[in-house]
Write a protein that binds this ligand. Structure first.
Ligand code: SF4
Length: 231
């Protein structure tokens, strides 16, 4: 993953678990930040957990009607052991307890951060930890993908507000069928197969080679519906 456990930071910060210093962050954190994403995510740091240990992801993967049955993240997680281990550790840490603010990643000179690339929410606790991470980084725009809307909604109601620098993206659970926009959410992201695109004249608008230059999911000024072709 191009990044090693930073023992000096770990010692300085008194971390009881390994702490990592991402090139995008100004602190070391036990929460792993993926900072060498490729493809359209090139240049965007991501904080993510693993679909391999998330019971909601696992259940959806077994259902052929769900987009999760075509999950690229499962293949990625099975193939890359370092990413898998860190994503699983993130899942355990973020779902275990409300983490102190000093344990959360603080980003430096970066404008866009993605939440969840390889997994999803497992609990309200995880959602509260993400909301707190967003709140302590007001200079960054966070785009947060989830199919588990209720955890986010309950977490926002628990803490009493949605940070202004947060874009909530509802991933449609079913292939070829856009979800309704849940409360507090800004966008719906739906994946379509080639047959449906041709039959229903679906206009694909997530085709950019780079999220950095596209930015559609990181702005409240762009259309709420985001459509991607199944890879
Ligand atoms: S629409 Fe743009 S910002 Fe959103 S995922 Fe696709 S390329 Fe990235």
């Amino acid at each position: 993953m191009g990044k090693k456990v930073n023992q000096e930071y770990q010692r300085k910060n008194g971390c009881k678990v390994p702490c990592y210093k991402s090139k995008y962050c100004v602190n070391a954190s036990p929460i792993w930040v993926s900072d060498d994403m490729s493809g359209k995510m090139d240049g965007i740091p991501s904080v993510s957990t693993s679909c391999l240990v998330n019971p909601y992801c696992q259940a959806r993967m077994k259902n052929g009607e769900m987009v999760c049955a075509h999950c690229f993240a499962e293949t990625q997680q099975e193939r890359y052991s370092a990413s898998r281990e860190h994503s699983i550790a993130n899942y355990e840490l973020l779902n275990g307890e409300i983490l102190p603010l000093e344990a959360l990643p603080r980003f430096g000179n970066v404008s866009k951060v993605r939440i969840e690339s390889f997994g999803d929410l497992g609990s309200i606790t995880q959602a509260i930890n993400y909301l707190r991470m967003v709140a302590i980084n007001p200079h960054c725009t966070f785009a947060w993908w989830t199919k588990n809307h209720n955890f986010v909604i309950k977490a926002i109601e628990r803490i009493g507000y949605k940070p202004k620098n947060l874009i909530l993206v509802a991933s449609s659970v079913k292939l070829n069928e856009a979800a309704k926009l849940p409360a507090y959410f800004d966008k719906v992201f739906t994946v379509y197969d080639k047959k449906t695109i041709a039959r229903d004249n679906i206009q694909i608008n997530c085709g950019a080679r780079s999220c950095v230059t596209c930015g559609r999911c990181y702005s409240k000024r762009t259309a709420a519906d985001v459509r991607e072709q199944l890879k």
